[in-house]
Design a protein around this ligand. Structure first.
Ligand code: PXL
Length: 267
């Protein structure tokens, strides 16, 4: 039987832990067929990103049109988008093709702090993509860059969610994983009416490379299978928790989160 499909519009990580590689292995783990519109090729390993080359914007949009017109897209997500020109072209293309629920992970930098977006591009994500998004999934650094709000407690997390919804997405997930001094990871999901707090354990590990991508693509996979946003986010959080718990060292720096636990013969 043909599985559901999910499209990732994102960059390649030569280290295989983040970017489209994280998205594809997460889609696979959910039994969803992964489609790709590649935006950039990064040169990186566990120690950091040495640089990236973007794909021409018309080639990015041609990939989206090629798969959407023929195979059908049940849900889509964005990760690293590299330039404002790519972002504007993707936004225009999304008005022309059907991609189902659309998740925007506003990736600005790698965990090692290396930029993954040219300077003017975050503004383009906010103005061009957020109004078209079913859900946006910023981490606390991205929340600060996008709104100026520093999330330090539940009240500021709620204020950040309200500020982000002003940019026009249907839902926002303010991820609390990077909050200092908390024993749990508390994420806040809201559409402006409901405020759903999702709490999970914090695992002690250095190896969290690709965590944000894996969560966003797990949510996208569930949306592709027809789940509601709250159900897809709750399932995605359970999925990423297990991937963080089973993250492995690889290289001298930050290792990747692991979806291998879904394969029974390996666990
Ligand atoms: O995790 C964010 C991210 C997304 N996409 C690519 C990346 C990274 C982090 O390094 O390399 C291609």
């Amino acid at each position: 039987m043909t599985p559901r499909t999910a499209l990732t519009i994102a960059g390649s990580d030569s280290g295989g832990g983040a970017g489209i590689q994280a998205d594809l292995r997460t889609f696979f783990a959910h039994g969803v067929h992964g489609l790709v519109a590649l935006t950039a090729v990064t040169v990186q390993n566990s120690l950091g990103v040495q640089g990236f080359t973007e794909i021409p914007a018309d080639v990015v949009t041609a990939q989206i049109k090629a798969v959407a017109s023929d195979m059908g897209v049940n849900a889509a997500k964005t990760g690293m988008l590299a330039t404002a020109e790519i972002i504007r072209s993707v936004a225009k293309t999304l008005d022309e093709v059907e991609v189902g629920p659309f998740v925007v992970d506003p990736v600005a930098a790698s965990m090692t702090g290396d930029p993954l977006l040219r300077e003017d591009a975050l503004e383009a994500i906010r103005t061009e993509l957020f109004p078209r998004a079913t859900l946006i999934t910023p981490n606390l650094d991205e929340v600060r860059l996008l709104t100026g709000v520093s999330v330090v407690d539940p009240a500021s997390q709620r204020a950040a969610a309200e500020a982000l919804l002003e940019f026009g997405s249907r839902w926002v997930l303010v991820k609390g994983g990077h909050m200092q001094g908390t024993t749990d990871c508390v994420d806040l999901l809201s559409d402006g009416r409901e405020f759903i707090s999702l709490s999970g354990p914090r695992y002690e590990t250095e190896n969290t490379h690709g965590g944000g991508d894996t969560l966003a693509s797990a949510i996208t996979a569930s949306l592709a299978k027809g789940a509601s946003v709250p159900d897809a986010v709750a399932a995605g959080k359970k999925f990423i928790e297990r991937c963080v718990a089973e993250a492995y060292p690889l290289g001298a720096g930050v290792g990747p989160v692991s979806p291998f636990w879904v394969l029974p013969q390996l666990s």
